[in-house]
Design a protein. Structure first.
Length: 640
């Protein structure tokens, strides 16, 4: 049976994209370290790659990167990190380093072990707010498929006319009536299911029972999804309280507790409280919906701006979900206008990335271009998450750009009074939209605006990155004309040979590395003064670190003793400490030896290398290459 050093669990509320993006990121991060990992995914299709008890027992630690309940008690006695799914996507290296090397990562103890602490105290992550969010999203993730199924069936019933499900009307159709009835019943399950699965995340099986009962009370009394949320946390924590109150009962009565004591007392306590809270909750829910409807009619521009910003802010995260859940709630009440803006704002960002890579291919790597093309399909089916890699690449610039396009699409939809009666599906549901052609045009306008801005920003960002990197390496704070340097048409094969590429070099620190590089220079006949070269390397670091990002540094020495320019690529067996942009150690060194009179030439070589290192695909290939020939061809083929 296979054993794994690390086990990881990923899951997001919708289970469509974040779940598998986090899985991929963690697997790639482990692969780079030659560490075995198994990732269990909790998606809409269910649990995949589920762990066996033997795999859990033999693992060194557990990483949970999920925004939904994933069954944590089975990891009793193991080192455990519990964070959001976005952390798994954005910082997989950090999580793996923590679980392997950080002694402060706590041991998890389930409640059954008698040593249970609060989740926020025993797991690394975002503390109590992350715990609350995970509980909430467990309810949302179970609710959304019902909303989609019920919403689509209800929307399809309108094919026979707006009043096709009304008996006695001239448009009445018996099949449409059946569809709308089934769809309505399914949509009505929204609040009870939301409530039940929030409670289940907190109080497990008993929480589910109490949550369903509390959710039905919330639904019957018209509290809306706000009542479902409140009821879910109320039911879950009442079950936790009951468990503490009756924890001293003999184990022989465990069956009685689970079947009789907890359900009866839990439903009674939570039900009574929810009963009396229903009136104020109903008033709050009614006021909120009235406010949104009023905004929709009186100020669609402000509403579209708000919805656009929310949908593009975190693309499937909690802010996005707040707008989406509000839209689905209004759908259940027969309001189809609000969802038109929400859907438009969710579809625009991934389409924008496709337009961006079409408009400025040179600014994106081949893998980014492929992702952009795929996003045309993802966006067309209302999957916003495809835009996340582009957003995280330069979030301070790109996320506001996505917000602009989403807001434009939402505003135009609201101004034109477009209706979308289904909560998901993207362009697949166009036959159900009242103004389908206009709606698509508005979404494309928003996506094009964002796409053009992204393409321009990619140019600026690329140029700034190259300029900043070259400036940092040269130790010069003045701007360098990278374009004019390139016009010299120097190629890296003039300074790099296969003999200058060294793999699995063992050094313990920066000083030993400089000694190694100086020895290589002497050996290759580049210089006859080892101490002078070491001194120049050290002096250059004192002027400003040559550490870059992703474990790469580009030290260089310029001295009279150096007879000709040369470039060395050194991959270390173990990383060493270095001052870098991302504060991470270095294991790949690209070293330059520069004659004192060759300063203009060295700017050209540094610029070319800096440009290559701006592409994640090149850096990944460099890290994963196995032979000297592979590394040599990577540099030469890219610059010749």
């Amino acid at each position: 049976m296979s054993t794994y050093k690390i086990l990881a669990v990923t899951g997001c509320p919708t289970g469509i994209a974040h779940t598998y993006m986090a899985q991929e990121a963690l697997e790639e991060a482990a692969k780079k370290r030659n560490i075995s990992i198994k990732v269990e995914t909790h998606g809409q299709t269910g649990i995949e790659n589920e762990f066996s008890q033997s795999e859990i027992d033999n693992a060194d630690g557990i990483i949970i990167a999920a925004d939904k309940a994933v069954g944590i008690d089975r990891f009793d006695g193991k080192k455990l990190i519990n964070v959001s799914v976005s952390m798994g996507m954005k910082e997989p290296d950090k999580l793996i380093d923590q679980i392997l090397n950080d002694s402060s990562v706590p041991i998890y103890h389930s409640k059954d072990s008698g040593e249970k602490m609060s989740t926020s105290n025993q797991t690394s992550g975002n503390g109590v707010w992350h715990t609350i969010y995970v509980d909430l999203m467990n309810g949302v993730s179970h609710m959304l498929p019902l909303v989609v199924a019920g919403g689509v069936l209800t929307a399809v019933s309108f094919f026979w006319g707006i009043y096709s499900a009304v008996p006695g009307n001239v448009q009445y159709n018996s099949f449409a009536y059946i569809l709308k009835t089934i769809g309505g019943i399914t949509m009505n399950l929204m609040v009870p299911v939301l409530c039940a699965y929030i409670a289940e995340a907190i109080g497990q099986q008993t929480g589910l029972v109490v949550g369903f009962a509390t959710g039905m009370i919330a639904f019957t009394n018209g509290t809306g999804f706000l009542g479902g949320i409140l009821g879910g946390f109320l039911a879950g924590y009442i079950v936790v309280l009951l468990e503490k109150i009756f924890r001293k009962l003999p184990k022989s009565l465990n069956g009685l507790k689970a079947i009789f004591i907890f359900p009866v007392l839990g439903v009674f306590s939570s039900g009574i409280i929810m009963w009396f809270l229903s009136t104020p909750m109903k008033n709050i829910n009614t006021s909120m919906m009235s406010f949104l409807k009023g905004m929709q009619n009186s100020n669609p521009i402000v509403l579209g701006l708000l919805v656009g910003i929310m949908c593009a802010a975190d693309m499937g995260g909690p802010i996005n979900k707040a707008a989406y859940v509000t839209g689905t709630t209004l759908l259940a009440q027969g309001n189809y206008y609000f969802m038109a803006g929400v859907s438009a704002a969710c579809i625009a960002p991934p389409l924008a990335t496709g337009f961006a890579v079409l408009l400025n291919k040179k600014a994106y790597s081949s893998s980014e271009r492929s992702a952009g093309y795929v996003n045309f399909l993802l966006g067309s089916t209302h999957i916003t998450e495809g835009a996340i890699p582009f957003a995280t690449k330069n979030p301070l610039i790109n996320i506001p750009i996505f917000m602009v396009g989403s807001a434009v699409a939402a505003i135009l939809s609201y101004v034109s009074r477009i209706t979308v009666p289904a909560p998901h599906g993207g362009f697949i549901i166009l036959p159900l939209v009242n103004k389908p052609f206009l709606w698509v045009i508005y979404i494309l306008i928003g996506a094009l605006i964002s796409g053009i801005l992204l393409a321009l920003a990619a140019n600026i960002g690329q140029g700034n990155k190259v300029e900043a990197a070259t400036n940092r390496l040269n130790g010069d704070t003045s701007a360098i004309d990278v374009k004019s340097n390139n016009s010299a048409n120097k190629h890296l094969d003039e300074v790099l040979s296969k003999e200058n590429i060294k793999l699995d070099v063992e050094v313990n620190n920066q000083k030993e590395l400089f000694e190694f590089l100086a020895d290589q220079a002497i050996k290759e006949g580049l210089s006859d003064n080892k101490n002078a070269i070491i001194t120049k390397f050290e002096k250059r670091e004192q002027e400003g670190s040559t550490g870059m990002e992703q474990g790469i540094a580009i030290p260089h020495a310029k001295d009279d003793s150096i007879k000709k320019a040369a470039m060395f690529v050194v991959r270390l067996k173990d990383p060493i400490e270095w001052k870098t942009f991302d504060q991470k150690p270095v294991n790949i060194i690209i070293g330059f030896f520069i004659p004192e009179h060759g300063s203009q030439e060295h700017l050209n070589y540094l610029s070319q290398v800096s440009k290559l290192l701006m592409h994640d695909s090149f850096v990944n290939d460099l890290k994963n290459s196995q032979t000297v020939d592979e590394i040599y061809q990577m540099f030469i083929s890219q610059t010749n």
